[in-house]
Design a binder for this molecule. Structure first.
Ligand SMILES: [Cu+2]
Ligand SMILES: [Zn+2]
Length: 161
């Protein structure tokens, strides 16, 4: 079995090792979502994210891309100001932070993505937060890619098994 077939099977059949249930901030109360983290045997984890209630492109100044990061602290008290910086155990610049994830992509408010991530382990993720931003991540500006308001937040919790 090649890696992509294995990953598709894992997403379909395996229990995630950790999840984060996303809620919106006061400006985006309809935002909801789930991010799932799966162990693999290939030196990295799988991440899948499904989010509804994102602002459609026609409604504002967005591009349809939404920055998504692991932030240091798992405190999603609105307005998500207590989540700290991007998780960055190696002291690297953005976007080489371990917490820098593939952005979401949605023109009409619904996003789904899944990707292999060899910067992170499940153990270091639990207790931190996933943040969804209003704007794209420009992968250049320090320290956070100029990605704007924190519109969604979820605390990463281990899945009991
Ligand atoms: Cu962020
Ligand atoms: Zn970053």
């Amino acid at each position: 079995m090649n890696l992509s077939d294995y990953f598709a099977m894992a997403l379909e059949s395996y229990l995630p090792a950790a999840t984060a249930s996303l809620v919106g901030n006061a400006d985006y109360p309809g935002l909801e979502g789930m991010v799932k983290f799966y162990e693999t045997s290939y030196g990295g984890i799988l991440v899948s994210a499904e989010v509804t209630g994102l602002p459609p492109v026609q409604d504002g100044d967005g591009t349809g891309f939404f920055g998504m990061h692991i932030h240091e602290s798992g405190d999603c008290t609105p307005p998500f100001a207590e989540t700290g910086m991007h998780y960055n155990p190696l002291g690297r610049p953005h976007p080489m932070h371990a917490g820098d994830l593939l952005p979401l992509f949605a023109d009409r408010g619904y996003a789904w993505n899944a990707f292999f991530d060899d910067r992170l382990t499940i153990r270091e993720l639990v207790g931190r937060s996933v943040i969804i931003h209003r704007l794209r991540d420009d992968f250049t500006t320090q320290p956070a890619g100029d990605s704007g308001e924190k519109i969604g937040c979820g605390v990463i919790q281990a899945v009991a098994r």
